[in-house]
Design a protein around this ligand. Structure first.
Ligand code: 6GU
Length: 223
């Protein structure tokens, strides 16, 4: 998979992809992440990326030209499965959307700032508008990092344990059951006996029951 990210703050995206799973996925050739500085595409002499909004009001709007030119260049080189605009007024991201995105070959993401991008970019280029939750971030970069992480870990071969992504919370609309590791007793706090019983059928049933109970109390909306 190839992911292109358009941003005015490329340094914000230096960190998230440099370690652990995302780094290994890139090294192993399972995904390529390309960051594009929108300002590099500005044709005006001040390298502007934003301007006042028509109709007045506080807050700047990101200009069409630099973003359109960057997208046009990338689209001339390959076809994109989706052109995603990260915005708090987009569709709220969930696991099933991540599963679908992870099947794509080329994804393009646009990070917004200030009041956002000119509506005409949304009308003529953007194919999906995604929010990562009901709160406002100062820009789309951290949301793009979240989206990339949630997608890339689902690409076959990216995770060590191939079945691990399937047992995540949400993958079957259930929250994950509690997990324990050694020691079996710490400070008098004991691991549930069932987990050390060696009876995997009973363990599976216990986990399913725990997942169900947790979902029922914390997130009944998922059931
Ligand atoms: Cl995608 N962008 C911004 N700026 N804030 C957000 C968001 C996105 N999702 C939730 N809050």
């Amino acid at each position: 998979m190839r992911i292109d990210i358009l941003t005015i703050l490329p340094r914000l995206l230096d960190g998230p992809f440099a370690d652990s799973i995302l780094n290994r996925a890139q090294k192993n050739g399972l995904c390529e992440i390309h960051i594009h500085n929108i300002r590099d595409y500005s044709t005006d002499k001040h390298k502007s990326v934003d301007d006042y909004q028509f109709g007045g009001g506080a807050g700047m709007v990101m200009l069409i030209q630099p973003i359109a030119d960057c997208i046009d260049k990338l689209k001339a080189e390959r076809e994109y499965d989706e052109i995603i605009y990260l915005t708090p007024d987009g569709d709220r991201l969930n696991q099933s959307m991540c599963n679908t995105f992870s099947l794509g070959k080329n994804l393009l993401m646009i990070c917004g700032h200030y009041k956002g991008i000119d509506q005409r970019l949304r009308d003529h280029y953007v194919t999906r508008e995604i929010s990562i939750g009901d709160y406002v971030l100062s820009g789309g970069e951290l949301a793009a990092a979240v989206l990339v992480d949630a997608i890339v870990r689902l690409i076959p071969g990216v995770m060590n344990d191939e079945t691990s992504a399937l047992t995540d919370s949400f993958q079957d609309n259930l929250l994950a059951p509690p997990v324990y590791t050694r020691p079996a007793e710490y400070n008098g706090w004991k691991v549930p006996d069932v987990l050390t019983s060696g009876n995997f059928k009973v363990i599976d049933e216990w986990r399913m029951q725990q997942a169900f109970e947790k979902t029922k109390t914390r997130r009944p909306d998922l059931l």
